[in-house]
Design a protein around this ligand. Structure first.
Ligand code: UN1
Length: 508
């Protein structure tokens, strides 16, 4: 049509649609238990259903993926790039469906859903470019005269991708696209909470021309992941999620006989921001509120622990609380909403326990009141808790809960050391206009992504490759120049060209 309806009307039309996710390729006629997928914002509403992958289907999927991988690898980087780019185009054409599903299945606000789709498309296009760059032939290596050395890269085999519910599209498709770009076949297990978005993504990849045998969807809960990672034919695993699950996968991979698997993990964080007395209060307020409460705090990059220099602590906290009081909490389908629900009742219960414990310990707690009409959903009131130090936090609190602490100028070194001592190393923010402070923190902090005088979420593909160290993951950084290579094997060919020349002379 020449005149397209406005986006909101189009999204409204999709409201009644019901979706279904099931294992792809060969499994459609299997009988299996169907579980409902409910909306985080209102658990009485069913968005669709999912059928989990059975153990024998996992086995069959890996067998098929293994059989077709050499053909996919032989296709070469250029052809794989074209298919990934076609998928990116189809993702953009299906904007309405993706935005609607991000809101309904994952409880995302519209701005968050738009960012998510943008990131997914960026990943597809960037990794397509990497397929061309790295898999279009061999790289010549230096050597003495009379010797030819070259390096070629290829897929490792079957890669498993296990992805989280908090970026059900971008972090579902990103690692899968990287693995495919490198010439692997992929069995993908999306988070149990968000298989519908993943199912649409896989369907569009198949429509783009990526063979169904090469990219298979295996929905299910943790057991499905366990079946996958215990199979010795899995050449590598890319996992994004909790540190505990990463440890479990690592153990499962280590227990297998046969080839050693590659393991790429992007896990949790205990992310801090340091604000000194030279910082601009308005800028700090805006960036703290975005970093801590956007996406209801459900980003691994999100700010959990804010350190403010003593002299400006009261003023800054007053301003941050002012902005915090203005946050609109509610239905993510509502354009005005800033903070939607958390993902499920378990997530809500864990956050409520955390807040209750701090209250009991006599901490100062500021909490928003939840609006009326949200009782059926998994809403957690945005909360600010005053603590002494980041060492008072044990586990990651994945939701709209921010902690604040004060520090004296002479304690800056100790603050950075305490942050390092958590063992996590994902994002760190600094608000300061003093150049030597920036240099000091940059040099001392052990962290994957360091953000200065801005918010610390929303890393952009290619400009801000993303990922942590220590308890936060293995690297390499997603969306960066070293990522796709980690999904590949390298082969070096070395030819002595003098011997052949000599023989030829003798024979003549
Ligand atoms: C995550 O929450 O798992 O920087 C990653 C960001 C996003 C990535 C978050 N690009 O917030």
């Amino acid at each position: 049509p020449l005149v397209r309806e406005p986006l909101i009307e189009r999204l409204d039309k999709l409201r009644a649609r019901r979706w279904h996710a099931e294992p792809t390729f060969l499994f459609e006629d299997q009988e299996g238990e169907v579980a409902p997928i409910t909306k985080p914002h209102d658990l009485t509403i069913e968005v669709g259903t999912r059928r989990d992958t059975l153990p024998e289907e996992v086995e069959q999927a890996i067998r098929i993926a293994d059989a077709v991988q050499p053909g996919w690898n032989a296709l070469g980087g250029e052809k794989r790039a074209l298919l990934l780019e076609e998928a990116a185009d189809l993702f953009e054409e299906h904007t309405d469906e993706f935005l609607s599903l991000c809101q309904r299945e994952a409880g995302k606000t519209l701005p968050d859903a738009v960012l998510e789709l943008r990131e997914a498309v960026d990943f597809l296009r960037f990794y397509a470019g990497e397929a061309r760059r790295l898999f279009s032939g061999s790289f010549a290596l230096p050597g003495p005269t009379g010797e030819e050395n070259r390096l070629t890269m290829a897929g490792r085999g079957v890669f498993a991708t296990i992805s989280p519910w908090n970026f059900p599209l971008a972090i579902f498709i990103g690692p899968a696209a990287a693995a495919l770009a490198a010439g692997n076949s992929v069995v993908a297990k999306p988070a149990e909470q968000t298989p519908l978005i993943a199912a649409l993504a896989v369907k569009l990849c198949h429509r783009a021309g990526i063979p169904r045998e090469v990219f298979q969807l295996l929905p299910g809960a943790g057991e499905v992941g366990q079946f996958i990672t215990s199979d010795p034919r899995i050449a590598g695993v890319s996992f994004t999620g909790s540190t505990e699950t990463a440890h479990a996968i690592n153990r499962s991979l280590a227990a297998r006989d046969g080839p050693i698997a590659t393991f790429i993990a992007e896990t949790g964080g205990q992310n801090a921001m340091i604000v000194d007395s030279s910082a601009l209060p308005e800028q700090v307020t805006r960036d703290v509120v975005a970093s801590a409460f956007q996406s209801a705090g459900q980003r691994c990059s999100a700010l959990r622990m804010l350190y403010i220099q003593d002299e400006v602590f009261d003023e800054m906290v007053a301003m941050i609380r002012g902005a915090f009081e203005a946050l609109v909490i509610g239905d993510p389908g509502d354009l005005a909403t800033d903070v939607g629900p958390v993902i499920d009742p378990d997530a809500k219960a864990a956050l409520e326990r955390h807040v209750a414990r701090r209250r009991k310990n006599g901490r100062t707690v500021w909490r928003r009141k939840l609006p009326r009409g949200v009782a059926n959903g998994c809403f957690v009131a945005p909360t600010i808790i005053e603590l002494e130090s980041i060492s008072d936090l044990r586990r990651e609190n994945f939701g709209p809960v921010l902690h604040v602490a004060r520090f004296k100028a002479k304690e800056l070194e100790k603050v950075v050391d305490d942050i390092n001592a958590t063992g996590y190393g994902l994002t760190l923010g600094l608000h300061s206009r003093i150049e030597t402070t920036r240099q000091f923190v940059e040099a001392r902090a052990r962290v994957g992504n360091f953000y200065v005088n801005r918010n610390q979420i929303g890393a952009v593909v290619e400009s801000q490759p993303f990922g942590g160290e220590g308890l936060s993951g293995t690297g390499p950084k997603a969306g960066g120049p070293n990522y796709v290579a980690r999904f590949a094997t390298e082969r070096v060919v070395c030819i002595d060209t003098t011997a052949a020349g000599g023989n030829a002379t003798l024979l003549a």
